[in-house]
Design a protein around this ligand. Structure first.
Ligand SMILES: *[C@@H]1O[C@H](CO)[C@@H](O)[C@H](O)[C@H]1NC(C)=O
Length: 327
């Protein structure tokens, strides 16, 4: 007679069960911290860049669910509008808007900010989420290497154009989505724009280190204004960010590596948790200049604490965006 326990212990059933459970729990474990506090964001205004897909879309969705007014700032208006409709349908929140923002164009950034300021006189949280990763060498419309140009320089200008309204709305927040990749980064002081040599991985890490340096320098400059700024690592997330990473498009990656690392990868919803935490947790109202991972503070790489490099980057960014002159 096959009693239950014997059947269960039959190797044919036992091992696949153990392995499947192990993969399941590993996947669950790797999803990391979750933001579970209940908040009501009704009446608060948010901007999320790169909100049509991945972490950005999940962030916009969660804020909309909590009643916030959300401006989805995206490069591709068709995809933005499609994502916006899905969010409105799912949350029943009509205060979700799609607006054009191409972070690889300083003109587009100025146009976006001017348009927003015409519509709104409040901004509670700016979420600098959009990013490009491991692009082949490309320049932005203004001639910047695209990863530094979009991930850092574009957001540098956007943040500056919105600083007055953020100060007026204080307490308010800026959230900068960086990455653990910043720990591999260096700021190439002699060739910031990668003109002499270009490596897609190094340029990406440089741009993510720039995010953390910018956050820390800005936090110092905003002391006493009631505007906080923090950066974060979302986790290793399955999103379209890797679309430019040629290796990820190969068959080897598609059929062998991606399934093998699947248990280690966060879903976009899990990847958005630290952003949502930084944007919404009431306990963080006065917390500034920090870096979060898995919904808690984490130490940054030594290179990210180098104030001299932070100042250099700040001054270069002002020059590149033309902000130095007008101030
Ligand atoms: C959130 O706050 C608004 C007013 O500030 C209120 O009308 C609404 O019912 C609240 N929502 C929830 C779910 O408590």
């Amino acid at each position: 007679m096959c009693i239950f326990i014997d059947c269960l212990l039959s190797p044919v059933i036992l091992w696949p069960t153990i392995i499947a459970s192990a993969i399941y729990f590993l996947k669950e474990y790797m999803q990391g911290g979750k933001f579970t506090k209940v908040t009501n964001e009704t009446g608060k205004v948010f901007i999320v860049t790169g909100a049509n897909t991945g972490i950005g879309k999940e962030t916009a969705l969660e804020i909309a669910r909590r009643g916030g007014t959300v401006y989805m700032a995206c490069r591709d208006m068709n995809r933005c509008e499609k994502a916006r409709k899905e969010i409105v349908q799912e949350t029943n929140n009509q205060n979700v808007f799609s607006r054009q923002l191409d972070l690889s164009s300083l003109d587009s950034i100025r146009e976006f900010a001017a348009g927003f300021l015409k519509e709104q006189d409040k901004l509670h949280v700016l979420i600098n989420n959009a990013g490009v990763m491991r692009c082949p060498k490309t320049l932005t419309k203004d001639g910047f290497e695209i990863q530094l140009g979009v991930n850092h320089i574009g957001h540098f200008l956007l943040t500056h154009l919105l600083l007055d309204v953020l100060k007026k709305t204080a307490p308010s927040r800026i959230v900068v989505v960086s990455s653990l990749a910043h720990t591999r980064g260096t700021i190439n002081v002699k060739d910031l724009n990668s003109e002499r040599s270009y490596d897609e991985g190094l340029a990406y890490s440089q741009s993510k280190l720039a995010n953390v340096l910018f956050t820390r320098e800005l936090a110092k400059r905003l002391e006493g204004t009631g505007v906080t700024v923090n950066s974060l690592h979302p986790g290793v997330v399955s999103t379209e960010l890797a679309r430019n990473w040629a290796f990820f498009q190969t068959n080897l990656a598609k059929y062998v590596i991606r399934p093998a690392i699947w248990p280690l990868i966060k879903t976009p919803k899990s990847g958005a948790q630290t952003t949502i935490y930084a944007a919404l947790d009431p306990d963080l109202e006065k917390v500034t200049g920090l870096y979060f991972s898995d919904c808690k503070p984490k130490d940054v790489a030594p290179a990210a604490k180098d104030e001299k490099t932070g100042k250099f980057l700040w001054e270069e960014s002002e020059k590149w965006t033309g902000l130095g002159k007008s101030e």
